[in-house]
Design a protein. Sequence first.
Length: 224
Amino acid sequence: MHDYVIAPSLLAADFARLGEEADAVLTAGADMLHFDVMDNHFVPNLTVGPMVCEALRRFGIKAPIDVHLMVQPVDRLINDFAKAGATFITFHPEASENVSESLALIRRLGCKAGLSLNPESSVDLLKNYWEQLDLVLIMSVNPGFGGQSFIPSALEKLTQTRTLINASGRPIRLSIDGGIKVENIAATAKAGADTFVAGSAIFSQPSYANVIAEMRNQLKSICI
Ligand code: DX5
Ligand code: ZN
């Protein structure tokens, strides 16, 4: 993986051609796929489950898949997504009865563990888990739908989280999710993000390669 990871969100892809879309975006230069799982309960929308993740693996997708669980409860789906070939499994702390146990379960099943914070959630929610984390996913929209506008207060949350990650001394990725596009990706990197989820900004364009190249170009000037 590059130091900066670009992770297109498949939520904005054409679901009728999902394997081809995943292939196309990886060929266009993406590093990782972001796989949004919504349950019509934790968030007011319903997407796809472990069978679809497994189908992507069977189709031949080898790149890391970052499964973003916006579901409650989380533990059974952690098991199912680990079996289905997830690389990272990320959930929202409010959705688990025992966050530490859910994080431990993800690692025990051979995956990397992440926690996601809603725009309204405080970084304090992360405080007991630094040793158990491989990724923090900061939401810059309210989860549930693609194509929303970036909420600027996410920049401050990135800065706070970056300081805490650096203090932990652990190699934890800091991901930003929601409303990311060529115009704002550099600001999020300056605030500390190193992993960028983008759905509509990539899949709405005729050339995925051009958008990803433009994003990398924006990131070039920034040192982490
Ligand atoms: C929102 C999802 C995001 C979404 C991002 O609940 O978690 O991953 O797909 O889509 P865009 O980039 O269109 O905001
Ligand atoms: Zn997501």
